[in-house]
Design a protein around this ligand. Structure first.
Ligand code: FAD
Ligand code: NAD
Length: 474
């Protein structure tokens, strides 16, 4: 006999828990199933993001930034400390405490909103039946008028560098090293490679990142990527582009890597190897025979623009469907689907999803890059402004980077905002808001920005679009 719900959500990551809470808020009887366990072996809600992704990585990025600044930035402020030390156990313990606070917070939110949690692995069967294998071995059967699949994603494993949880790791292992590795190798100069590579570099590891593609951070604006690469080089992050790794052998003295740099085979020996070559949709064991839910060629659950799978009452959201693998993209899809189920006009605007890479300097953007606009033949104009000419950034001792506004050449409508520098993870939302309201570069230029703030770089960059920036030659 199955227990009946209006909505059954599979997965309590960002996409799933948003869907579940919003559905319950809208008066729908909602269940949410999650299989994950925390480091203490107890069920932990919140998905990759809260357990082993966004939040723990930012906790370590912040800790390591303090340590790095103590050694590299505080001196110019006249602040010094003898014998600065790093205690990795305390740092990782602090991260674990934050993770526990937030995963526990989701359980409390479920209780407050009357979402019924089920702790175990869910499999969708025909007829919107979800069978849940609970951690104690028992099975329950749920029937949802609607089922929302929010199963998330897993790290991609390279066949010649299998994760062993010790020497060869993914994000999970790299968030939990017990000491600073002397030599850290990273395969993939993407978001995880750069963020977690930065963490361990700041703490003293020699970090070498091997990237297969010839261009650095090709998804970002080319000028932003170039500036970021220059800053990372200054910090001592070694990034080798066009490096094709073919072998990773664990030996007594470390992991022996063989890669080809386009000219010849090269060797690199590291103490730990982080493989960060992307993630793929999690669908193993998720779908029983005959559900009618289809997977595309990338293994993602196929959905339309409303996250509907084409099977009556079955939806899918977050990392397990097309689109960027970002927590906030999942948040929006989860809310939109819950609202659509309740008969409201749920909607996600894919054109205004911001991207942030939490390195130092931070990298952020929303909208299209110059490369994309050129390729599609859209006429555009740009205005840039450096943080080196922004009083607040200089006063902070963080003058690296710039802001670039891209606007349509004829209508002046903002098509993209690209930033690299201090605090740009927050500043990018000025671009999101402008684009959501279909604003122009002139709108941005005429909005009063407080002085002295970092946001003035956006103001001046917007003015530079029409060659009227005040604080630089146009
Ligand atoms: P997930 O968070 O993966 O959650 C899916 C949940 O479903 C999991 O708990 C899983 O156990 C459960 N599940 C799966 N299948 C079943 C099943 N059959 N039955 C029961 N439960 C199931 N994104 C950002 O926007 N900003 C960041 O700063 C950021 N940093 C990141 C750092 C790292 C190191 C990593 C790895 C990722 C980061 N991301 C970041 C990406 C972000 O974590 C994901 O985009 C986001 O977690 C996806 O949410 P989701 O709900 O789709 O899936
Ligand atoms: P990614 O797609 O960002 O980067 C993977 C990199 O690995 C790419 O540059 C790719 O060219 C390279 N690569 C692939 N195969 C390779 C190989 N065999 N050898 C060498 N290089 C290879 O993937 P990721 O860094 O693993 O992160 C996964 C996803 O998690 C990201 O796409 C992102 O959506 C999400 N994430 C987001 C944030 C954030 O928002 N700040 C942080 C971390 C992760």
């Amino acid at each position: 006999m199955s227990e009946q719900f209006d909505v059954v959500v599979i997965g309590a990551g960002p996409a799933g828990y948003h869907a579940a809470i919003r559905a319950a808020q809208l008066g729908l009887k909602t269940a949410c199933i999650d299989a994950a366990l925390g480091k203490d072996g107890k069920p932990a809600l919140g998905g990759t993001c809260l357990r082993v992704g966004c939040i723990p990585s930012k906790a370590l990025l912040d800790s390591s930034r303090q340590y790095w600044n103590l050694q590299h930035l505080f001196g110019e402020h006249g602040i010094s400390a003898d014998n600065a030390k790093i205690d990795v156990g305390t740092m990782v313990g602090r991260k674990d405490k934050i993770v526990k606070q937030f995963t526990g917070g989701i359980a409390m939110l479920f209780k407050a909103n009357k979402v019924t949690p089920f702790y175990g692995f869910g499999t969708l069967h025909p007829g919107n039946i979800v069978k849940v294998k609970q951690h104690d071995g028992s099975e329950v059967e749920l029937k949802g008028t609607n089922v929302i699949i929010a199963a998330g994603s897993d790290s991609i494993e390279l066949p010649f560098a299998k994760f062993d949880g010790d020497k060869i790791v993914d994000n999970v292992g790299a968030l939990d090293f017990t000491e600073v590795p002397k030599r850290l190798g990273v395969i993939g100069a993407g978001v995880i490679g750069l963020e977690l590579g930065s963490v361990w570099k700041r703490l003293g590891a020699e970090v070498t990142i091997l990237e297969a593609l010839p261009d650095f951070l090709a998804v970002a604006d080319a000028e932003v990527a170039k500036t970021a690469a220059k800053e990372f080089k200054k910090q001592g992050l070694e990034i080798k582009l066009g490096a094709k790794v073919s072998k990773a052998e664990v030996q007594k003295d470390g992991v022996h890597l063989t890669y080809n740099d386009g000219k010849a085979d090269q060797q690199l020996v590291v103490d730990k190897l982080l493989v960060a070559v992307g993630r793929r949709a999690a669908s193993k064991g998720l779908l029983a025979e005959g559900t009618g839910v289809k997977l595309n060629e990338r293994g993602q659950i196929e959905v339309d623009e409303h996250c509907h799978t084409g099977v009556d009452g079955v939806w899918a959201v977050g990392d397990c469907v097309r689109g960027p693998m970002l927590a906030h993209k999942g948040f929006e899809e989860g809310i939109a689907v819950a609202e659509l189920i309740a008969g409201l006009p749920g909607h996600v605007n894919f054109d205004t999803i911001p991207w942030v890479i939490y390195t130092e300097p931070e990298i952020a953007w929303v909208g299209q890059t110059e490369q994309q606009l050129k390729a599609e033949g859209t006429p555009y104009k740009t205005g840039s402004f450096p943080f080196a000419a922004i009083g607040r950034a200089v006063a902070m001792g963080e003058p690296a980077g710039f802001v670039k506004v891209i606007a349509h050449a004829e209508t002046d409508r903002v098509l993209g905002l690209h930033l690299v520098g201090v605090g740009v993870s927050e500043l990018v939302h000025e671009g999101v808001l402008t684009m959501e309201f279909k604003g122009s570069a002139d709108d941005l230029a005429r909005i009063c920005h407080a002085h002295p703030t970092l946001s003035e770089a956006i103001h001046d960059a917007a003015m530079a679009v029409d060659k009227r920036a005040i604080h630089k030659a146009n």
